[in-house]
Design a protein around this ligand. Structure first.
Ligand code: G
Ligand code: G
Ligand code: NA
Ligand code: MN
Length: 252
């Protein structure tokens, strides 16, 4: 409870930031977009990772203003870089039609075409209530906003929804990517699973991205398997806006 009032206060005091982690197009090695990841600064100016507060925030109505902040920062940032900017939205946001429409309003305000915005939703959030999930995704897609499934293949998953949800991309969870750089039976199975997920995504006309790429071997395996994009510490962690632009300048 204390945490929540703290978050509310610090949102107003400008203590939250959105950092950006680049996404690389594997075919040509160019940066084609990024994911916005929220950070919180404590009194000493240190960054607090979202894992420590977002799970609590997501269970309260405060997730609406937090996601609004994230979307606003993402749209601002999109005005200063090339490519698609992704944000994470949580299960409560899916039920909030006004908030979904606001994403479009924000992109208009900042002069960003909706096709340059992407929403990432975890499989588990969708499975929580498929009817609402479908309604929400259709609303976003109706605006032209891209929609990808985050942490794909883990958690509470089912392939059934892939038949009827209007999604544009799959993010293969790092739990699978970890197994791409060795030759134990575990690694062999990971490679088979990643190959299968990529092919399935492509057969469905989806863009496939691997997250949590940490080694050159993983990167090379993904290139060989025909994965579209990659994101991870091998390239860089999420960076503040100005650092991202500097990094981009050196890597495009
Ligand atoms: O940024 P990573 O470094 O620590 O993020 C940890 C977790 O917090 C991830 O599951 C990520 O999806 C989640 N997260 C990060 N930023 C946001 C955000 O802006 N909104 C939501 N809902 N979750 C976020
Ligand atoms: O749940 P979500 O997929 O949004 O998670 C994003 C989280 O993954 C963030 O916490 C981000 O900092 C983290 N992350 C990004 N790249 C890597 C990586 O290469 N390895 C690991 N372990 N975490 C990563
Ligand atoms: Na994400
Ligand atoms: Mn993820």
């Amino acid at each position: 409870l204390q945490l929540i009032s703290h978050v509310r206060q610090d949102l107003e005091r400008g203590r939250f930031e959105l950092h950006f982690q680049p996404k690389l197009r594997l075919a040509d090695g160019r940066i084609c977009g990024c994911e916005g990841l929220i950070r919180w600064r404590d009194d000493q100016g240190r960054l607090i990772a979202p894992g420590l507060f977002m799970p609590k925030v997501e269970r309260t109505s405060l997730i609406a203003p937090v996601t609004r902040f994230v979307a606003d920062q993402a749209c601002r940032f999109a005005g200063t870089v090339d490519g698609v900017v992704g944000i994470n939205i949580s299960v409560r946001n899916l039920h909030d039609g006004a908030l979904l429409d606001e994403l479009l309003a924000l992109s208009r305000q900042h002069g960003i075409v909706p096709e340059r915005l992407e929403v990432e939703i975890t499989e588990s959030s969708l499975m929580h209530d498929l009817v609402t999930g479908k309604w929400a995704l259709e609303r976003l897609r109706g605006h032209g906003i891209r929609v990808s499934i985050d942490d794909f293949g883990t958690g509470f998953s089912s392939f059934e929804y892939l038949q009827y949800l209007p999604i544009t991309g799959l993010k293969i969870d790092r739990a699978f990517i970890r197994g791409l750089d060795g030759d134990s039976p575990f690694h062999f199975r990971s490679r088979c699973l990643v190959a299968g997920l990529i092919d399935m995504g492509h057969a469905l006309g989806l863009e496939v991205i691997a997250e949590g790429v940490e080694t050159l071997e993983q990167h090379q395996a993904l290139c060989r398997l025909g994965c579209d994009q990659a994101q991870g510490f091998l390239y860089t962690k999420a960076l503040p806006a100005a650092d991202y632009r500097a990094w981009y300048g050196q890597h495009r």
